[in-house]
Design a protein around this ligand. Structure first.
Ligand code: NAD
Ligand code: DAU
Length: 365
């Protein structure tokens, strides 16, 4: 077996942070399979263009022939599955892509991986892992008084996105119980940090504020999320991959519940200090309350004691340190933002390399 792992969805927000973190800490290569939907951005991985340990393959986790070929030729010792449609609002407008990518895609990936794993020699077979990256949204919504989600909380998904992720979690679980596939699942809270696509609350607010646009807050802005800096999510996944018990799920969270309005106000305050408006007015003047998201979950909260107790993981960043780094990152990466907004990021490979295949990018065949 080669010294490599297969990462799916590694050109998206969390996946690209994971690949960058992984290669900063390990000599083990990464095969990065990503279909490059609107959310996939190879510019996130530009620093790896001369790094032979990163092999990018553009393709779909649901393309069985491609995935089987990749597994057979690269022989990864693990698969980490980030690939998914991830935005709740998009799932409300167009749920089919979520069913296709998140449910059917995960099903096909599981089948390809099962066939590969079944054919491994005993020693490599026992070391193999399939880690499925999931979300706290599968657990549904909490009232203010209820305790945080543990791993035993029933799945009660409320949006097409969370329903599709819950379905994929169930498939992963069943592939372990029925076929013995050595799976691990992580259910994480809201991430934020570098390379976050500016359709999501935190990057949207930073980008809109700087552009003088309104900062849309859904409903009363009192919905609560538990925010985790993305590199902490990456370290949790590495730790679960390393030492997680097969068949188990691990909740990952930041112990940082905040109402959306408070998040928006914190960002406004940081921008007031770091990049004051030309007219001297505070950025909070740009806040606009808009229509609520249909079916909007009121509160998510993660009880992350299991991963701390069993695997010794806890977040390294506080929200104060993480959000300050994040705002600074966006201020320092205005070109990345401009390329996303103009759509130029989709041509990045061609612009950078003059043809469709990037440095270490490989075509599937
Ligand atoms: P993202 O939308 O930024 O990136 C998803 C990536 O997956 C994109 O690069 C896209 O091109 C790729 N992709 C989508 N469908 C694919 C397919 N069928 N085949 C191959 N590639 C495909 O998402 P993200 O925020 O980085 O989330 C990554 C994973 O983590 C998702 O599974 C999501 O459910 C989960 N998650 C996200 C958060 C969060 O706060 N963003 C929190 C917990 C869990
Ligand atoms: O909890 C984990 C989940 O977090 C992940 O599984 C999802 O992939 C990820 O997108 C995220 O989902 P949310 O719906 O919580 O994230 P989003 O950034 O879209 O919204 C955060 C909160 O802010 C939510 O309550 C909706 C609200 N919101 C969002 C946007 C985009 C606004 O008030 N205004 C906005 O413009």
């Amino acid at each position: 077996m080669n010294n490599c792992i297969l990462v799916t969805g590694g050109a998206g927000f969390i996946g690209s942070n994971f690949v960058l973190d992984w290669l900063a800490r390990s000599q083990e290569s990464v095969i990065n399979l990503d279909k490059l939907s609107y959310a996939g951005n190879l510019e996130n991985l530009a620093s790896l263009q001369d790094d032979s340990r990163h092999i990018f393959v553009q393709g779909d986790i649901g393309d069985t022939a491609l995935v089987e070929r990749l597994l057979a030729t690269r022989q990864p010792r693990a698969v980490v599955n980030f690939a998914a449609e991830s935005h709740v609002d998009r799932s409300i407008h167009g749920p089919e892509a979520f069913v296709q990518n998140n449910i059917v895609g995960t099903f096909r990936l599981l089948e390809s991986v099962r066939a590969y794993w079944a054919g491994l020699e005993d020693k490599t077979k026992s070391g193999f892992r399939f880690l499925h990256v999931s979300t706290d949204e599968v657990y549904g919504s909490l009232s203010k008084e209820e305790p945080a989600f543990t791993e035993h909380h029933p799945h009660e998904p409320n949006s097409p996105y969370s329903a599709s992720k819950a379905a994929s979690d169930h498939l992963v679980r069943a592939w372990h119980h029925t076929y013995g596939l050595p799976v691990l699942t992580t259910n994480c809270s809201n991430n934020y940090g570098p390379y976050h696509f500016p359709e999501k609350l935190i990057p949207l607010v930073i980008v809109n504020a700087l552009a003088g646009k309104s900062l849309p807050v859904y409903g009363d802005g009192q919905q609560i999320r538990d925010w985790l800096y993305v590199s902490d999510h990456c370290s949790a996944i590495r730790r679960v991959l390393e030492a997680g018990r097969i068949g188990e799920t691990y909740n990952v969270g930041g112990w940082n519940e905040q109402a959306n309005l408070s998040i928006v106000q914190t960002i406004c305050g940081l921008l007031d200090q770091l990049r004051p408006r030309a007219d001297g007015q505070p950025y909070r003047n740009q806040i606009a309350f808009v229509a609520d998201r249909p079916g909007h979950d009121r509160r998510y909260a993660i009880d992350a004691r299991k991963i701390e107790r069993e695997l010794g993981w806890k977040p390294a960043e506080t929200f104060e340190s993480g959000i300050a780094k994040t705002v600074q990152w966006y201020l320092g990466h205005q070109e990345w933002v401009a390329n996303v907004q103009s759509g130029a990021y989709r041509d990045w490979v061609r612009t950078q390399y003059g043809n469709a295949e990037a440095g270490n990018a490989a075509s599937a065949s």
